[in-house]
Design a protein around this ligand. Structure first.
Ligand SMILES: [Zn+2]
Length: 118
């Protein structure tokens, strides 16, 4: 090691690391802001849909609350969330399907996507 050359190199490396960290933090903040806006939009959409359902059907808020409870409990835990959908086999070749794909990766045949698959 040559004395006196490591400090500037380390300083430059540290500045680059700090710059990368600021960029990463800025990107993460932007992503969080976009996700927050998406969640707010979904909440607005859900509320509008629920108001339409109530106006046009016999469903009540108690019905909605009961249904939320029932769906929450499908995995046996009342925790305010729904667990991930378990893997399911291809109806054609019986191999395990990849989620969110319209075609089986193994046999190539089309499969129905589940609307609320997680
Ligand atoms: Zn298949």
């Amino acid at each position: 090691m040559i004395f006196g050359t490591s400090l500037p190199v380390n300083t430059t490396a540290a500045r680059l690391d700090a710059s990368d960290a600021r960029t990463t933090a800025r990107e993460a903040k932007t992503e969080v802001e976009q996700l927050s806006a998406s969640v707010e939009r979904l909440m607005l959409l859900t509320e509008a849909l629920w108001q339409l359902v109530k106006e046009r059907t016999e469903c009540t808020d108690d019905d909605l609350i009961q249904r939320i409870h029932d769906i929450d409990l499908e995995d046996g835990k009342l925790d305010g969330r729904k667990s991930k959908t378990p893997p399911r086999p291809c109806p054609h070749c019986q191999r395990i399907l990849s989620k969110h794909r319209a075609l089986c990766l193994f046999c190539g045949k089309p499969v129905d996507l589940l609307p609320f698959e997680r």
